[in-house]
Design a protein around this ligand. Structure first.
Ligand code: GAP
Length: 590
């Protein structure tokens, strides 16, 4: 079994995740998180919220999953959110054309190639249909839009779509959100929520699915003035796989600090570099192995329709690199588009430090001249003159000025236009903010964290499997076991478990089977600590402990990774566990 297969088997057996609606045959690309998976997901989302919302001083919102069609007309998803599809003429199976090219050749980022080229590569390499092995050589490679369509209300007059990214729920509400931020840039708005993509070929369990959770931050900045606090991350070392490196023959990842990446221009946007630095440390916090991790720059053909530069965080599993996060500089693309399509105001008013005096060309046309001259078109001519004064005041330098009226040029004497240049005082200007976007896929984070945590070792001459999860992320923090459920041991352990739960810990009580088996069960879900209640805890009613060293009201605590055990007092145990989980106390120092 490879890493992915081992993980999927463990995930199903131990309640992390499994195919949804299996009783009815299921549907590819939909997964249910079981009790351990849902808890791990919550922990990862909480850690994300802690770093990218709370510590960063940003705000979080929750927008609807379904939005009306005009939102996606404006965002460009209706026209441009496509993948390449090829359909087998023999069995009718559909496949992602770029993926089958990558799977069958040395080409790495086939997504960046035009459809015709992908079609030629399929033909020249005689790539067969992965389902039935028939030739795909003459099959066309088409675009397939990934959005799920629905109808809002009865009938089909109001089409809607399940959002393909949570981001649009933030962009579309910008006029409100900017007010809440008192129109002060920079400000960030985050959202953790579902996104939906009708993927052509879902694969690798949580890696490519049709419904998934994104954690996205849209940071709105003034491109002229706002700078990220680079000094806070400048010494963080990033494993960078730039576009240039990818295209070089011996291209390899280069390690450089955030400061160096900015200075040498390898990462062109200071904001993107800043977020790469923040994120790198966060990935380590949640348990991603930094020896199996890199940031890869998008090649030009790969860039999303909205992005001018983009880096992906990628994690290695089974020799494949999986994109876990995209860091994009989206410029003012989204806000401009929503302004254009909705007619609403997607700008912020930028107040100057000092008012400035500017010259403003204006016209005050003589209607007693325009009326007889242009009849019903007089107002249109006046409007055209006003526009021309704003766009090209030099046009009024001569004796006559020409404007376009429905494709026809008409001429007006300048002395009939009332042209003048006024001096006015301005306190500020309206600008459209730019957007920097770190966009995390929560399912892929979970998959990576689990794959990188999966460890096997030998304990008591047996192979043991355990998940080396950081205690903060582990779905269950403590396992509580009575040695046996008799002589009051069970009651004592249940009370201990209840006390720890009341103190906020995630606790599993288990009294079934041999203690060794119970430890193994907890090891497999990554529980960092187990507490065992034995006769000594109860004051040694059996009378076989050394009376000199009797430690009533103590339990053994076992550490997952080392399997070492110590005796600890139950006094203040909840706090001890909290300090262990939070890293303020080490097991050795107990
Ligand atoms: N708002 C930007 C955006 O959506 P993206 O690169 O398309 O960018 C962001 O998606 C992240 O969402 C990816 O890095 C990945 O982790 C996750 N993601 C995208 N498509 C996915 C899918 N079909 N299944 C699971 N996760 C996916």
């Amino acid at each position: 079994m490879n890493e992915g297969e081992r993980l999927t088997e463990l995930a199903k057996r131990r309640g992390f995740y499994f195919p949804a609606a299996d009783a009815y045959g299921g549907a590819a690309g939909f997964w249910t998180y079981g009790p351990q998976g849902a808890a791990l997901k919550d922990n990862i989302e909480d850690a994300w919220r802690d770093r990218f919302v709370v510590q960063a001083g940003h705000q979080e919102i929750s927008a609807p999953d379904v939005m009306p069609e005009p939102v996606f007309e404006a965002s460009g998803h209706l026209d441009g959110f496509d993948d390449m599809i090829v359909e087998c003429g023999e069995c009718g199976a559909t496949h992602r054309a770029d993926h089958i090219v990558e799977d069958n050749t040395d080409i790495e980022e086939a997504e960046s190639l035009p459809n015709e080229e992908v079609m030629e590569i399929i033909a020249s390499n005689d790539i067969p249909c992965p389902s039935c092995q028939a030739s795909l050589a003459d099959e066309p490679v088409d675009n397939f839009n990934l959005m799920f369509e629905t109808n809002i209300g009865p009938g089909s007059s109001s089409p809607g779509y399940l959002r393909p990214e949570t981001a649009q729920g933030i962009f579309v509400e910008f006029p409100q959100l900017s007010e809440y931020a008192r129109n002060q840039l920079p400000f960030g708005v985050a959202q953790i929520g579902k996104a939906y993509r009708n993927e052509i070929s879902p694969r690798k369990s949580l890696v490519r699915v049709r419904e998934f959770t994104q954690a996205e931050l849209e940071h709105f900045v003034d491109p002229e003035e706002d700078e990220p606090p680079l000094s806070t991350v400048e010494d963080v070392t990033l494993p960078l796989y730039s576009g240039e490196r990818q295209q070089a023959d011996d291209g390899s990842v280069e390690q450089m600090t955030v400061g160096e990446a900015v200075e040498t221009g390898v990462v062109t946007s200071d904001w993107v570099a800043y977020y790469l630095g923040i994120a790198r440390d966060w990935y380590e916090r949640i348990g991603i192995d930094m020896d199996r991790f890199r940031f890869r720059q998008h090649l030009p053909g790969e860039l999303a329709h909205y992005a001018s530069d983009c880096w992906d965080a990628e994690a290695e599993i089974d020799g494949d690199w999986i994109e876990i996060t995209g860091f994009a500089y989206r410029g003012d693309y989204d806000l401009q588009k929503h302004a254009e399509y909705s007619g609403d105001d997607y700008t912020v008013f930028k107040q100057y430090d000092e008012p400035i005096t500017v010259e403003r060309p204006t016209v005050d046309p003589e209607m007693s001249y325009l009326g007889p001259e242009f009849g019903g078109d007089a107002q249109a001519v006046a409007d055209a003159l006003e526009q021309l004064a704003a766009d090209d005041p030099d046009a009024f330098d001569g004796e006559e000025v020409s404007v376009d009226l429905d494709g026809e040029s008409v001429t007006v004497p300048v002395d009939q236009t009332g042209f003048s240049v006024e001096e006015i005082t301005e306190n500020g200007e309206h600008i459209t903010p730019h957007v920097v976007e770190p966009s995390f896929g929560v399912g892929r984070l979970i998959y990576t964290v689990l794959a990188h945590a999966y460890t096997e070792d030998e304990v008591d001459n047996e192979t043991r499997t355990y998940l080396e999860l950081p205690p903060e992320q582990a779905p269950t923090t403590v396992g509580v076991f009575p040695l046996m459920d008799r002589d009051g041991l069970g009651e004592y352990a249940r009370q201990l478990a209840e006390g720890l739960r009341q103190a906020g810990h995630s606790v599993t009580y288990d009294d079934s089977g041999a203690i060794g088996r119970r430890y193994r069960r907890q090891d497999e879900i990554g529980t960092p600590y187990c507490l065992t209640v034995d006769y000594e805890s109860l004051g040694d009613p059996e009378g076989d402990a050394d009376p000199e060293n009797l430690q009533t009201d103590t339990v053994t605590i076992r550490e997952r990774d080392s399997t070492a055990q110590k005796r600890v007092s139950i006094d203040g145990l909840a706090e001890t566990v909290e300090r262990l989980v939070g890293g303020e106390l080490t097991f050795d120092d107990l």
